[in-house]
Design a protein around this ligand. Structure first.
Ligand SMILES: [Zn+2]
Length: 212
């Protein structure tokens, strides 16, 4: 029986006016998203929380607005008794991936991520105790790809080509520097797959010492 771990992750996307931390959404849906994020954080105290703020680097009127947005959303969490040390806040960096992807569109954004606390499986290496959101996403994507690959080996192959997807993902995660030792406890995804591709978050087979 799998222990009581919430495996679901949550992602929120907020839009802002130019140069400040005022919502661009008059409909109230954005406010509802913020409240949803806060209430999920309260309901699942073990989940990690990250707030990542962006600004439009092509618009001088928006310069410096990312820190205003970050502070404004972080304050909403702490005002609702979410401990400050649970909320990781980050300003986007130069060559930000999201801003590059959205090139030409509004990037006056804040992203909020909520995801399960997952121990680094390579504790002998220096680094944070828990996986960050990119590492968590890499783990989920690889696990899904692995399940599809197994399916495609069955007599009625899945329409999704797991091998192809896995090759694409490996390429993508190599480009953002995922350390698989931390994420799956093996030097490579192939080693992990050969060992069964299990992870304690979902699989009884991998629990044992990892059960907390
Ligand atoms: Zn950005």
């Amino acid at each position: 029986m799998v222990a009581n771990t919430v495996t679901k992750a949550y992602y929120y996307f907020l839009h802002f006016m130019v140069g400040n931390a005022r919502s661009q959404d008059p409909s109230g849906i954005q406010e509802e998203s913020i409240r949803h994020a806060i209430s999920k954080s309260q309901l699942i105290p073990s989940h990690r929380i990250e707030i990542l703020a962006h600004e439009d680097s092509c618009d001088p009127a928006d310069h410096g607005a990312a820190s205003l947005r970050l502070a404004s959303i972080r304050d909403r969490f702490t005002a609702e008794s979410i401990p400050e040390d649970r909320v990781m806040s980050r300003l986007h960096q130069r060559e930000c991936r999201l801003c590059t992807e959205l090139s030409g569109k509004s990037v006056r954004l804040v992203e909020i991520f909520l995801w399960p606390a997952i121990d680094n499986l390579s504790p002998e290496k220096p680094g944070p105790r828990y996986l960050d959101y990119d590492e968590y996403s890499a783990l989920c994507s690889m696990r899904t790809a692995l399940l599809f690959t197994r399916q495609s080996l069955r007599p009625n192959p899945s329409p999704i080509d797991g091998e192809e997807r896995m090759a694409y993902l490996l390429d993508h995660f190599a480009s953002i520097g995922i350390d698989w030792q931390r994420v799956v406890g093996h030097a490579s995804v192939a080693d992990w797959a050969r060992a069964g591709g299990f992870h304690w978050l979902w699989d009884d087979e991998a629990r044992g010492a990892q059960v907390r």
